[in-house]
Design a protein around this ligand. Structure first.
Ligand code: FES
Length: 208
């Protein structure tokens, strides 16, 4: 079970971990809970290293061949949740419109490698890779991808919401102004081994 990955549906609400500690201690339970709640959600067997190797920091390889538009795939690297999201065109189109509401729209803080230092914070426009831990106190935010008024933001355009203290991030992991989280979500080092395979933990060849 520890080496399984799970595809999360578009609203991300199926993820039941609300904190880093719970994620660290209950990964198997989380995977099981999501699978039980969404019977149609496919599970993907991974060829990744053992759980012990992951905790030690070994790179992991994530197969994104089954990742559909608007879906999130969750894996684990160095004891942290790694999110891979295939963003829709609508999600991408919304991002520039959010800049005036964000704390650091141009990602000036050291929260992403140089090759992901752009408005989309990604190597490929549609594929977002993030460490799924809130930069406030480390809870794991929920993906709330639908564009519609939410109790926590009447002008919500889709993104990530941290229920612990109500921090909000857009679909590039950029933090909104006026929330407890001080900086954008972290983009981990990663590169594409092929069109359908991402290695987490290793920069692209020749990257600064
Ligand atoms: S841990 Fe996310 S808002 Fe506090």
């Amino acid at each position: 079970m520890a080496n399984e990955q799970v595809l999360d549906p578009v609203d991300g609400g199926g993820t039941v971990d609300h904190g880093r500690r719970r994620f660290l201690t209950a990964t198997t339970a989380v995977v099981g809970a999501v699978g039980a709640g969404f019977a149609a959600v496919p599970f993907i067997k991974s060829w990744n290293p053992s759980a012990r190797a992951k905790l030690a920091g070994a790179p992991i390889t994530i197969d994104i061949s089954a990742l559909g538009e608007g879906q999130r795939l969750v894996d684990e690297w160095r004891g942290q949740p790694i999110w891979v999201v295939k963003r829709t065109k609508q999600m991408l189109d919304v991002l520039p419109t959010l800049d005036p509401r964000l704390a650091d729209p141009e990602s000036t803080t050291d929260q992403q490698p140089e090759y992901a230092k752009n408005e989309l914070r990604s190597i490929k426009p549609e594929i977002s890779v993030l460490v799924g831990l809130c930069t406030h106190l480390g809870c794991s935010p929920e993906m709330v991808a639908e564009i519609k008024p939410e109790p926590f933001d009447p002008e919500w355009k889709g993104g990530y919401f941290c229920p612990c203290h109500k921090s909000r991030f857009d679909m590039a992991g950029r933090v909104f102004q006026g929330v407890p989280a001080p900086i954008n979500l972290l983009v981990p080092p990663h590169h594409y081994e092929s069109d359908t395979s991402i290695v987490i933990g290793v920069d692209p060849q020749g990257a600064a």
